[in-house]
Design a protein around this ligand. Structure first.
Ligand SMILES: CC(C)(COP(=O)(O)OP(=O)(O)OC[C@H]1O[C@@H](n2cnc3c(N)ncnc32)[C@H](O)[C@@H]1OP(=O)(O)O)[C@@H](O)C(=O)NCCC(=O)NCCS
Length: 190
């Protein structure tokens, strides 16, 4: 199914949206996402099934702060790096696989469309952790399936914030897209 950028035409979607976390229904229905798009501080993409919203994801600019310089082998001493963050992600509980599709699309989109235009290497997310649920609600297991790592792997649970920040290194994928782009541009076979 195609992932589509939210436009005013799509803003009527989501009346029957059902998510395991009610606040993500509210973010959509009460206009928080549309307000952030209008304010140009977020962009949102959706997956839909005919006229029903199956899921949404927002992407925002971010900065990844690490406690060590992980790119020393590449001659880069920094501990802070440019990144794109998955801001809000939600899937309708009836739309199996919608969350995976939106994350995989985000990874590919950032690596193929954003990274060639500006320096950005990492995808980040604040993985929701809700200790008030029994057992605690922990979204990090979902992101680990795509290879995301914890910024603070030693953090004791429950975390001091209602989330744990994670990151994914996109360089292998960025390089792959860059090779195929340069091949296409100079007319050589990819
Ligand atoms: C997190 C969320 C987006 C995942 O979307 P989804 O459509 O349910 O996920 P998918 O059906 O694509 O599942 C992909 C895989 O992740 C697994 N998974 C989903 N949530 C998980 C979790 N919290 N922990 C571990 N694994 C999880 C699924 O079991 C599935 O595993 P499989 O491929 O081995 O079968 C969705 O559950 C949701 O909207 N949750 C509420 C809002 C939320 O937590 N958003 C993220 C905030 S950071």
């Amino acid at each position: 199914m195609p992932v589509e950028r939210v436009t005013p035409d799509l803003s009527g979607l989501g009346q029957g949206f059902r998510c395991s976390r009610g606040e993500f229904v509210t973010y959509w229905r009460q206009g928080r996402i549309q307000r952030e798009i209008n304010a140009r501080i977020s962009q949102c993409w959706v997956l839909r099934c005919e006229d029903s919203l199956a899921g949404y994801v927002t992407l925002i600019a971010d900065k990844l702060d690490l406690d060590q310089p992980i790119l020393i082998d590449e001659g880069v001493q920094y501990q802070t790096f440019p990144a794109i963050k998955i801001g809000l992600l939600a899937a309708d509980k009836r739309a199996k696989g919608a969350g995976r599709r939106l994350v995989e699309w985000s990874i590919e989109y950032v690596a193929s469309e954003i990274a060639p235009a500006i320096g950005v290497r990492f995808l980040t997310v604040d993985a929701l952790y809700d200790e008030d649920m029994t057992p605690p609600y922990d979204a990090s297991g979902f992101y680990q399936k795509f290879g995301f790592c914890f910024v603070n792997a030693e953090e004791v649970l429950p975390p001091s914030t209602p989330y744990r920040t994670m990151y994914l290194d996109l360089k292998p994928l960025i390089d792959l897209f860059d090779d195929s782009t340069s091949g296409a541009e100079d007319g050589s076979t990819v």
